[in-house]
Every structure is written in structure tokens, then in C-alpha cells.
Ligand binder design. Sequence first.
Ligand SMILES: C[S@@+](CC[C@H](N)C(=O)[O-])C[C@H]1O[C@@H](n2cnc3c(N)ncnc32)[C@H](O)[C@@H]1O
Length: 275
Amino acid sequence: MSPALAAAARRLAEAGVESPRVDAELLAAHVLGVGRGRLVLIDTVRGDELLRYEELVELRARRVPLQHVLGTAAFRHLELKVGDGVFVPRPETELLAGWGIEHTAAGATVVDLCSGSGAIALSVADEAEPALVIAVERSPEALVYLRDNARPFASVRVEPGDVTDPNLLSDLHGRVDVLLCNPPYVPEGTPVPPEVADHDRAMAVFGGADGLSVIRPVIKLAAALLRSGGVVGIEHDDVHGDDVPALLRADGRFTDVIGHIDLTDRPRFATARRV
Ligand SMILES: C[S@@+](CC[C@H](N)C(=O)[O-])C[C@H]1O[C@@H](n2cnc3c(N)ncnc32)[C@H](O)[C@@H]1O
């Protein structure tokens, strides 16, 4: 295996892929249908498998996201189906999902706004015992993946909708226990790698000129949806470590506002409690 693996890692490094060796190994494991840890036991790859491997390496070298090439993305305990038209869940979002899981009591009603592939909503359904998780998404292309990923989870209801609509889920206003949201939040014009620029939809990534154009209405909607004592967690750009907590405080309907950092010590999400 190692000559093919070494050649692939070199090709990916030349193409500017950030983690060429890991990606080369994951692609090899995918083609061979084994876990990455078992690759050391395979000394070579030939024939059709080698051709298939070279094809996939070439796709990745053209900066197609690794998860699009594999067709799945790992998120906490889940393998989510992903591909063209749906945002690939990022490792940093596992922290917001974990916070949401910790705050979900048995029987809770949970809302995940901007649900994408369903990473947050489905993790809550998988790891906590909510009565109902509502996953809201606007993009028709993302909704296809969301519905597919949500199928095994009886507590999850997929709701097409626009999270900037103040009347969204009006039947649930004042009744939600936990509201989570990883919205598009990158300020327009921020340089992004080719994987993002060419393969994530702009509506999944950019949040207007200052990056806060979806977060502002989401805070208003959270205040309307949450019951007294219910909690909200919103992921944000690392440049918004002061702005999002300030917006939550300025709304006047939240208390216990806290900013949280991610695994690289960058400000990443803000949480608060409905008064
Ligand atoms: C950053 S992605 C997050 C996806 C998923 N929550 C995750 O963490 O992987 C943002 C998602 O919000 C959706 N979105 C953008 N604007 C929206 C809106 N106004 N209403 C509903 N969904 C929206 C995008 O289509 C995209 O799927």
C-alpha cells in the first residue's frame, strides 16, 4: 500500500490540501473498505482498487472536500450523508452540540435552526432523550440530506423555513426548552479556502457584510420561542466573541450570557438563558 499512499500524499500536498497524509489514508481506507487503522496491514493496492483510489485522490487534489468525496462526514457519534449542496459539519460545532446535549433534559423540546445536514439536531436526538427536536432549514438541496439523515430518529421533525422570519414555528412560541443554531456567520468578503468557496453554498457560509445578518433575527426568534428558563446556544465567527454576547445582552430578554471558546482557544459560541 505504501507507494500508492506516499504518491497520493505527495499529490495532495502539492495541491495545497491541509492534511495530505490523513486525507490520503482516509481515501485509501474508503476504497479498500477497511478502518484507517488497518491500512498498516495492507502492503499494496492493485488493479481496479488502485484506479479508483487514484480517481478519488485526483478529486481531492482539485480541492473537492474530503467528505464530499467520501459521501459522509463524521460528527460526534454520527456518520452523516453529505455532498453537493449541503454544508459539511465542522469539528468545532461538536462543542455547541455537546453543550446542547448537556442542557437537554428528558422530554425536552429542542429546536435546531439552520440545520444543514442535521448535525446538531440529530446529535441531540442521538445522545439525549428529547421528546421533540425540530430541525429548520431553508435550502431545498440541504433539506434532501437533512430528511435522509433524520430518517432513523423518531423524535426529529424536519421543518422547511426561514429563520429570519419572526413568526417561524409560531405554535411553539414560549414552549421551547433548548434552541441551538449554527448559522451562516462569515463576514462577506472574508477569504475562504477552495473547498468552501467552490463547494459550500454562499448562503451556508456568509452572514452579510458584518457576518451577523442571520444571528440578529435568530436572537429575536430565540427570545420568542424559548420558555422562561429555556436556553439558547449560537455559534459565531471568531471575530464575534464580543458582538454576539453583546447582542444577547442588548435584547434584554436573556440572562447568564456566556462566551465559549473552541479547541483552538478561539471564541466560537455564545449561550444564554431566557429570563
Ligand atoms: C453554517 S451551516 C450549518 C449547518 C449545520 N447546522 C451544521 O452545523 O453543520 C448554515 C445552514 O443554514 C442554512 N441557512 C442559511 N440561511 C438560512 C435561513 N435564513 N433560514 C434557514 N436556514 C438557513 C444554510 O442552508 C446552511 O445549511
